[in-house]
Each structure stands twice: as structure tokens, then as C-alpha cells.
Design a protein around this ligand. Structure first.
Ligand code: MUC
Ligand code: MG
Length: 385
């Protein structure tokens, strides 16, 4: 990659050379057990990246995982090793503001490892934005919206607890859309649970479900009409990620729109899903796509295919959520809202000022870079020893 097209300014204030990249594993307990089809967590693990420029400005980024390497192949221990051993050495000395060039360097240094790359790129946008005094979204094309409807995920598996939790969220005007995690129990038990939730919250909340790849095609064919009948508005990743043809077949027979999650990591995956007609909506996540720019790439392919956009999460803290919000704020369409409730399910956050949740929306943090400030005490408190 040529580094000589434009000279890097020599004025120290403008020295945007990447001088240091530090990574720290943190584990933050959650307020309750969060149960997915094949894993459950009581603490969320992240790698926090602190990236220093020649001018002394430090940018922050985060890579989230869920249940070690069980939601996807990356785990915090591997992310830290990849950053320290391969990605950081490939970037030290490079110009931070050359985002695409940095992405190319990272792709040369490591295949995939998208969560690790996403954390570093978030820190690049934060550091450059802080240096220039502009929010990251401005470096991505500017603001289209400064808040996004945000749902809450019901995932204790106990319908009584879930109804009570949803009632509290509605009463506090925090969330009135709920994603229910299904697939850990039998389809019959899940359908009974869904009927109970839909009955209790009727007229006051919208429900979507996420099976996290738990079903086969015949199970999905049996359950989709029940979900349609009780008013569920979106079904996320009902089939294993590899079964794109199965998703396409289901889609022709489902009254409820289908959302792709684990089957879309790269923009090439997005193109395959679009060509197969396998989804109505895609869940966008930095950890899957590999950063802010790559998330925009996936969104562009989806948009070209008429596939709706949804702002997905992996239970990020306010750091990771802020990076997502800067992407979401700049997308022309984000028809399906987002799920960045992560900061609210943690027993403590990692920033000095938490993100603002109000009137069923999450607000884009105001300020240069990602608009958030790392709390060093909290980082030390949750850092893995
Ligand atoms: C997923 O599969 O969508 C993160 C939070 C949540 O409730 O679901 C996950 C991931
Ligand atoms: Mg999902």
C-alpha cells in the first residue's frame, strides 16, 4: 500500500501516526443470566483497545464476544493475541486517518478476525475524530438521524420473569419492542412461552424472535405460522448459518419476514444471501463485518438488493454501542431500528457518561470521535487479572 500519496503533516498537533495499540480483556457481570439457544452468559467479555497517536490523542474501541468462541469463532483471548501479535505491528507507524489503507493492512496481516479488526478501526475513528474535533459519523458521510428505536431482549427463559421485565421497561419508556431468545427449549415449549408473552403484552409491545440457528427446516415450517398468528413481526436466523437455500425456501412460505444474522459476516455473504433471496432483513454488527467501513459495505449490498437494515449487537458496552451508533446514524435507511441495549444489561459500564436511553430510543453520543470517554477506574475494575 503506497504511503507517499500525501505527506503526513509534520506539525506535532497533527501527527496522526499510530504510535501504540494496547489491548485489555475485561469481564463485566450482567444483571441476570442471558440465555441463547446454545449458550448462556452471566458476564460479558470484551477486548478494549486504546490506540495512541503521535499527537498524544488516544482512541478507544471494543470487541465483544458472547460465551467465548461459541457465538462466532472469536473469543477475547484470541482477539487480544491477534491484536498484540499481528494487527498492532501491522499498523504502528501508519497514518491513522487513512482508514481504508489501515483496513487493507489489517486484512494482509490476518484473515477474518473481524471483531479484532472492528475494535481497532473503532479506535482509529475515535482518535482521528477527537484530533479533528468531529464526530465519527461525520467522517462516514454525516448524520441522517441522531437517535434510533432500541429494543430489549428477553432471554431468561422464564416467561413470568420476562413479562415482569418487559412491564418495567415499558413503564420506564425505555423499550416497547422485545426480542425473545428461543431455541434453548423444545419448539413446543417456546411456542407456549411466546403465546404467554404475546397475550400479556398485547397492544403494548412488539415482539420479534431470535432462534440463533436452533431449528431445522421442518421445525421452522411448523413454528412460523404460529409466530405469524400471535403477531411476531420478525424471525431472526431460524436455521443454521450454512443453510441459505433453506432460508430462501422458508421465506417463500413465511408470512413473517426473516432476518439474517449469523449467515452474514462479509459483504460477499450478504451478496450470496441477496442472490438466494434468503432474507428480508439483515442484522448489522461490527464484530461480524470487521469495522465501521465494512458494516457500511454490507449495508450497501443489502440496500442494493432491497433487504432491510437492522442494527444488531453482541451485548456491547457503551464503547461498542457508540461505535455502532455512529454507523447507524449515517445510514439512509434503518427501517428495523436497533438492539443496543447492552449497556443496560451490564452491572457497570466502562465510560464516564453512559449512553442516553429515552422515549424508546437510544441517542447518538454527542462529541468528537465516538463521543464517549473511557473510565480508567472502571477499566481497571473489570480488567481480567
Ligand atoms: C444475536 O444473536 O443477535 C446479542 C444480544 C442478544 O440478545 O442477542 C445477541 C446476539
Ligand atoms: Mg441474532
Amino acid at each position: 500500500m503506497p504511503d507517499t500519496i500525501l505527506p503526513v503533516p509534520t506539525d506535532l498537533r497533527h501527527d496522526l501516526t499510530i504510535s501504540e495499540i494496547k489491548s485489555t480483556i475485561v469481564d463485566v457481570p450482567t444483571v441476570r443470566k442471558h440465555k441463547l439457544s446454545s449458550l448462556s452468559v452471566t458476564a460479558q467479555s470484551y477486548v478494549i483497545v486504546e490506540l495512541r497517536l503521535g499527537n498524544g490523542v488516544i482512541g478507544i474501541g471494543e470487541a465483544a464476544t458472547l460465551g467465548g468462541p461459541r457465538w462466532s469463532e472469536e473469543c477475547v483471548e484470541g482477539i487480544k493475541a491477534t491484536i498484540d501479535t499481528y494487527l498492532a505491528p501491522a499498523l504502528i507507524g501508519a497514518a491513522a486517518e487513512r482508514f481504508e489503507a489501515a483496513r487493507a493492512r489489517m486484512d494482509e496481516a490476518a484473515k477474518r478476525n473481524n471483531a479484532a479488526k472492528g475494535a481497532i478501526e473503532s479506535a482509529l475513528f475515535d482518535a482521528v475524530g477527537k484530533t479533528l474535533g468531529v464526530p465519527a459519523v461525520q467522517l462516514l458521510g454525516g448524520v441522517v438521524r441522531d437517535s434510533v428505536p432500541v429494543l430489549w431482549t428477553l432471554a431468561s427463559g422464564d416467561p413470568g420473569q420476562e413479562i415482569e421485565e418487559a412491564e418495567r421497561k415499558i413503564a420506564a419508556r425505555l423499550h416497547n419492542i422485545f426480542k425473545v431468545k428461543i431455541g434453548a427449549k423444545t419448539p413446543e415449549a417456546d411456542m407456549a412461552r411466546m403465546r404467554q408473552l404475546a397475550g400479556a403484552l398485547e397492544g403494548r409491545a412488539t415482539l420479534i424472535v431470535d432462534a440463533n440457528q436452533a431449528w431445522d427446516e421442518t421445525t421452522a415450517l411448523r413454528c412460523l405460522p404460529i409466530l405469524a398468528e400471535i403477531g411476531v413481526t420478525l424471525v431472526e436466523q431460524p436455521l443454521p448459518a450454512w443453510n441459505i437455500p433453506g432460508m430462501a425456501r422458508l421465506r417463500t412460505r413465511s408470512a413473517v419476514p426473516l432476518m439474517a444474522d449469523e449467515c452474514v459476516f462479509s459483504s460477499h455473504d450478504m451478496l450470496d444471501v441477496a442472490r438466494a433471496g434468503a432474507a428480508d432483513v439483515v442484522s448489522l454488527k461490527l464484530v461480524k463485518h470487521g469495522g465501521l467501513l465494512a458494516t457500511r459495505d454490507v449495508a450497501a449490498v443489502a440496500r442494493a438488493a432491497g433487504i432491510g437494515l437492522y442494527g444488531g449487537c453482541l451485548l456491547e458496552s457503551s464503547i461498542g454501542a457508540a461505535a455502532h451508533l455512529h454507523v447507524f446514524a449515517g445510514l439512509r435507511d434503518l427501517t428495523w431500528g436497533c438492539e443496543h441495549f447492552g449497556p443496560q444489561i451490564l452491572t457497570g459500564d466502562l465510560v464516564t457518561e453512559p449512553l442516553r436511553f429515552e422515549d424508546f430510543q437510544i441517542h447518538l453520543p454527542i462529541g468528537p470521535g465516538l463521543g464517549i470517554t473511557l473510565d480508567p477506574d472502571q477499566l481497571r475494575r473489570y480488567a481480567r487479572q
